[in-house]
Write a protein that binds this ligand. Structure first.
Ligand code: HEC
Length: 170
């Protein structure tokens, strides 16, 4: 009798723990599932831009020198007229400090590494793209809490190019 009760108690505890784990997993923000884009420095460089002055509306968030990269899968769509990116496409926005030195802007420390990963089912609510950013380019320092308001709200304006701002120049 005593043993039977113990077995039931253990079973109940296991079920409770499993449900809790499932609940925690389901509630994890979508952004947290995005992997750090290891190896992106060997991908195709799309473009660069220097945002160097307060007068630019994006100065506070994106001031500095940034380079945009795309992986091979995304590259298949980037140079088309109305790009529709296949699942697995990845863009990286690599933002470094811009330091003025003797009349030249030179790269300083990395400020943030922003990433967009296409998975049309998983990220259906944000145009099929998952958004994440890693402070200082550190894979353990995730910064995006709500991709819809922090990232997609602005990328939403680029619907015609599948929510991607960058265009290909030969
Ligand atoms: C206020 C507008 C705005 C917000 C908010 C914004 N972005 Fe962007 N993003 C841009 C612009 C503009 C570009 C294009 C930069 C260029 O042309 O060099 C861009 C480019 C990118 C790119 C390269 C692909 C592309 O679309 O050109 C990635 C990756 C990216 N952003 C990720 C993010 C992430 C992650 C967030 C949220 C943390 C975010 N962005 C929030 C405006 C924004």
């Amino acid at each position: 009798m005593q043993n039977e009760r113990t077995v039931w108690l253990v079973a109940a505890a296991v079920i409770a723990a499993a449900s809790l784990a499932a609940l925690t997993f389901a509630q994890a923000p979508a952004g947290s599932a995005i992997q750090f884009p290891a190896g992106y420095r060997n991908w195709t460089h799309v473009k660069s831009m220097v945002i160097h002055d307060q007068s630019h509306p994006l100065f506070n968030a994106f001031g500095g020198i940034h380079h945009v990269y795309v992986n091979e899968r995304g590259m298949q769509a980037l140079n088309r007229e109305n790009p529709r990116y296949p699942d697995g496409s990845i863009f990286v926005f690599d933002l470094l400090e811009a330091r003025l030195e003797g009349g030249a802007y030179v790269e300083g420390n990395r400020k943030v590494l922003a990433v967009m990963v296409k998975d049309s089912r998983k990220y259906a609510a944000t145009g099929g793209w998952g958004f994440e950013a890693f402070a200082g380019g550190d894979p353990t320092q995730r910064v995006v809490k709500d991709a819809a308001t922090e990232c997609f709200q602005c990328h939403d304006s680029q619907q015609a190019s599948d929510y991607v701002f960058s265009k290909w120049r030969p």
